[in-house]
Design a protein. Structure first.
Length: 56
């Protein structure tokens, strides 16, 4: 998927918080889902680390 469209969707749905951890594939952030205030985690994976988008 185009990066701009994916990032736009996240910005509309979640509020990104602090970094929880990072590893070989990417970084995980605490976040809040704006629709209901639920705590969620968001994993950011660099594009060059994804071979098949269906695996995410």
């Amino acid at each position: 998927p185009p990066a701009g469209k994916a990032q736009q969707g996240l910005k509309e749905q979640d509020r990104l918080g602090s970094l929880l951890g990072c590893g070989g594939l990417g970084s995980v952030f605490a976040a809040t889902r704006l629709s209901d205030g639920a705590p969620v985690a968001i994993k950011r994976v660099p594009r060059n680390r994804v071979r098949h988008w269906g695996e995410l």
